[in-house]
Design a protein around this ligand. Sequence first.
Ligand code: ADP
Ligand code: MG
Ligand code: MG
Length: 883
Amino acid sequence: KKWVYLFTEGNASMRDLLGGKGAGVAEMTRTGVPVPPGFTITTEACNEYYARGKQFPEGLWEQTLAALKVIEEQVGKKFGDPDNPLLVSVRSGARESMPGMMDTVLNLGLNKETLAGLARLTNNPRFAADAYRRFVQLFGKIVLGVDGEKFEHVMSEAKGRDRQDTDLTAEELMQIAETFKAIIKEDAGVDFPEDPYEQLRMAITAVFNSWMGRRAVDYRRVYKIPDTLGTGVNVQTMVFGNMGNDSATGVAFTRNPATGADELYGEYLVNAQGEDVVAGIRTPKPISKLREEMPEVYEQFSQIAKMLERHYKDVQDVEFTIERGKLWMLQTRNGKRTGMAAVKIAVDMVNEGLIDKRTALRRVQPEMLNQFLFPIVNPAAAEHATRLARGLAAGPGAAQGRIVLDPDEAAARSEQGERVILVRTETAPEDFHGMVASQAILTARGGLTSHAAVVARQLGKCCVCGCGDLEIDYKAGAVHVHGTDVILKDGDWITVDGHSGWVYAGQVETQEAEVIQVIRGQMKPEDSKLYGYFTTFLSWADEVRRLGVRANADTPTDARVARLFGAEGIGLCRTEHMFFEGDRIDAVREMIVADTPEDRRRALAKIEPLQQGDFEGIFEVMDGLPVTIRTLDPPLHEFLPHGDREIEELAHKMGIDVATLKAKIEGLREANPMLGFRGCRLGIEYPEITEMQARAIFHAAANCQARGIKVHPEIMIPLVGDVSELRMQGDIVRRVADEVMAETGQKIDYLLGTMIEVPRAALTADKIATIAEFFSFGTNDLTQMTFGMSRDDAGRFLPLYVERKLLKDDPFEVLDQEGVGQLVRMGVERGRSTRPDLKTGICGEHGGEPESVKFCHRVGLNYVSCSPYRVVIARLAAAQAVL
Ligand code: ADP
Ligand code: MG
Ligand code: MG
């Protein structure tokens, strides 16, 4: 079996076999880009290594040696030859680049003899010593597992206070290398391997082993990457960026990954090797400086960058090294980018004719559009701000606040009007109140599924998690930034950028997102380039998608926002929110407390004109677009106070005695309110409520029509489990509609439908559709009832389910396609079996979650409805469902 491929034998389509890095260097080699020769050991070899109980597969070593021979001939050097030594790097590379995989070992092949040869050959003993020092350090740390700090400590001792690593002499570097070897001997208990072939074998083994290392395994669990992919191993001729001032190493993006601007963006270090640039050993220079320092190399580099971009038709993230004025490319891959950059680049590339619109739409993850809407760190201010540390961008937005380490204190201080940022090693459910009270959450440990990240996303709150450079000392009330002498104190200002993961010292100016400014009318659309890109991109999504997108909106204000984001109607208008507004609650309470239908009607009569006004407002804004209005849903006790004092006050206000009111409240008490007296059950016991609401809706509609505004109300009865419930409520609605139409002489075009949110409704959807003209799947309740988990209580145990992988996702966030989804599918099918033109939609929060939206497309819903701010996400997800 072929386990080893020369770079000249591979290409970009062999990612699975060669890993991302291997396929990338092979493709570059193929297209004539200067790449140091080398070969890749396949991911299959890695899998076979494990299958054989951690033994090299049959023939692997022989093939490796043979490939090495080819390389030796190509470059005219010999591995282990003191007179003309070939040195190589050993680089891991799975299909997806993955934290936790083995870091690269450079300069492999050095020992006492080859070192002397290298010094002689290059006539540069200092360079040779530097290469040796690096090799011993990397090999010791990466292959032999010695704590890297120990080496770094020796280095910084040797440099002293004001020298850089480039200032160390050959003798000093040799001394350091010897010290490193002593450390290795003591720590790992082995002599440093002198035989280059032994070094190579050990390094390859270490790469294989790192595939099953804990960090890599954890990462794959989180991102659901199968263990069976395996990693490739790349063995590549060394080129040296550390041969003097005509040598350098660097990284660059072919476009700016933060803004999407069409410019080379990157950094390099002169006289440096490997990861020096990223490791912050010295401050690197911006790539634009290379144009001055090495104009010819720069010219060649920017041409290669452009060429690679055209070749891959996407932004490339490249690594390069310059050896004595000669440019070598070491890596290329599609560059990660922010949401803003992703959209701009996609639109630009379509305009440049590089990709088509469909490809553009596929390039942006729907959630990324969020980044257009949340507050941002002012980019100019960020340039000058002090960056403290960087973690994972876990929750959107940007926030300034004072550091608080304790959740109780965060809650207390925020109560007093202080802006605080909760900084914790990690968070736990009992910290929730403190998290809610904070402007942002910052943690030192935990990934994107840690408690902090999950809660932050739920709250739509700015969050940076897993910021490993922060050491939090709760006792001292201080945060130490690792590797620096910065110590932050409780109460110090910091700024957290949830888009980039950066944490800044002090108050860095933030601003409202441009798109929001435009939508609010605070900025002209033509003044915002971002807005232009945003709307262009979304218009392409609208061209391809078939699924409608509506918004859940309860007020004219929400409705207006929804329309500006492109909603094509309202899929859920909850009337109970109107009941809470202002002093309407008094009338509502009167209604609840009323003893007779007459009393109740009297109370309702006070609410009716107010509701009617609300509906008119919404109809006006929606101007002919459909508006789905749900009749009253929540448990009645939510409208009544529960504390003794509040009850007394209310009784007094209402002119009834305290005991009576208490008895009423007592009578409404339920053990499981979410499964109790709510939804259509209210309207069944109190038909006059439904009647009043229907009248308010139809009068509003008639009034609007009289003023020339088109209206399409869709009246939706909630929590129906049996067709009889819908029939009873529907009769009321239809009767009132007829009355209002007769009374006003207006013909109103309306639909009567129901929510499908009780499993029984999905099961009997064919019957329900005999009456319902539309279904809206209320997947929040449907999920609760299908799982038998109350959303209000699930916070106690559900996170554990997700953490322990009992459930892939929180089903309240991502629609459970396997279970709940089956009910949706069945509901649609059965409903349409009796009413082929049945309109179907979803109005649970899943309506704004991309995977769920795609599911809705697949089962043939007519539309999804989600919160106004998620409408754009749904529009893109709906388009991607078609692609
Ligand atoms: P990572 O996956 O962490 O980016 P790489 O394998 O790309 O690891 O190696 C990191 C860096 O090491 C590269 O960017 C490059 O600077 C340096 N490097 C790797 N191989 C070579 C080589 N053959 N010659 C010179 N430098 C190399
Ligand atoms: Mg690395
Ligand atoms: Mg790399």
